[in-house]
Design a protein around this ligand. Sequence first.
Ligand code: HAM
Length: 433
Amino acid sequence: MERIQVIRGMRDIFPEQARWWRRMESQLAAFLDLYGYGEIRTPLIEQTGLFKRSIGEQTDIVEKEMYTFTDRDGASLTLRPEGTASVIRSYIETSLWQTEPVSRLFYLGPMFRHERPQKGRYRQFSQLGVELIGAAQPAADVEMIDIMVNGMAAIGLIDTSLELNSMGCPLCRPAYREKLITYLEEHAENLCQDCRRRMKTNPLRVLDCKVEGCKQIAGQAPRMLDSLCTECAEHFALVRRGIESIEIPYNLNHRMVRGLDYYSRTTFELLAPGLGSQNAVAGGGRYDGLVEHLGGPSIPAVGFAAGLDRILLRLLETIANPQRQQPVFVVSRGEQAWLSGLGVLRALRSAGISAESDARQGSMKAQMKRADKAGARFVILLGEDEIERGVLTIKDMAAAADSPDKQFEIQTGNVVEELVSRLAADATREAPQ
Ligand code: HAM
């Protein structure tokens, strides 16, 4: 029969990698706790209109990447392609500003975009998103950039570079847009087909086109940074001073325009080496108009999201795999010994010791093989004879074959205490001096 395969651009994660994921996610949550951010969990599916209205009709995400379907009630729903829209929807729905003037929220979880899969780009991928809602001041932008850069460093992602830009505001951007369109029209014949179309619908996107000819034209294009109104320029100057004072280096990049329409003023991306074209590991910016645009009051906000799949690819190349604790393995012969082994397993696990046995209950030899495969640190041997005498045999898998400690007998009641102290001795030996 034909086998069903996993959907293109999606992946299964097996225990070894899942351990990485858990570590990364728990370290990030602990880091965000230091800054006072609390977790929000929103549904994976939202009404399609939410994303159209917030991300923008003329963006790649909305035009061609959303997983949209009609549900059984005839409603148009979409698997979330990002998290900001959902957080703001929820913020407005619960009138959160009435109970807290500033909300600090984060989320971790899968997002869905129907992009062309390649290394570091998937159709289901995971983001950590962080949103600070209710503060218009540059201090909020600086806090966000600080979290993005230092949060990633805290989980081991170093050698990153920060790209910084300002997209202006509804006061200064329209005039810049016109200036840009005039310039692009003068060079239209040398732009790629996509950009000739984008030039009219979303001209800022031409600035980050990857086609060589377009790149050259974009390099000479008028810069938003030179067209900022006084307030946007002052805001940007203070953001720069703030991140300089906490010693985060950055590059001004006037061609870095984000793929979502809700941004105003500061935008930023974090790039990491070794990832080829998918080197943006995190990105975000200020989005002062979004709460109002989605039907709430006029409340400013700033945030970012980090692509955890890409970060993990990088970490796998640069730091050691988190190891699972080596288990204690219980090998038993006969029904009585198996039952007594169950008690030993439970006592060990209650003491926080990882303990396993062979669910197939084969011969002692087969069970020993399984213990080896599991990387057991100690093996406990239980036979009818041992049960009668109230003892069990412990085999130290790391001891030399001729060592008197290789195999020894102890009273069953002492097994937890004995192994706790031996494992503690291991830990002291392994700890770096
Ligand atoms: P974004 O730049 O679209 O921003 O996505 C953030 C990060 O998600 C990217 O830098 C990248 O690392 C990762 N990412 C995006 N698409 C994929 C993919 N197909 N496969 C793997 N990783 C991917 C946002 O989503 C905004 N919501 C960020 C934000 C929060 N702005 C304000 N608040």
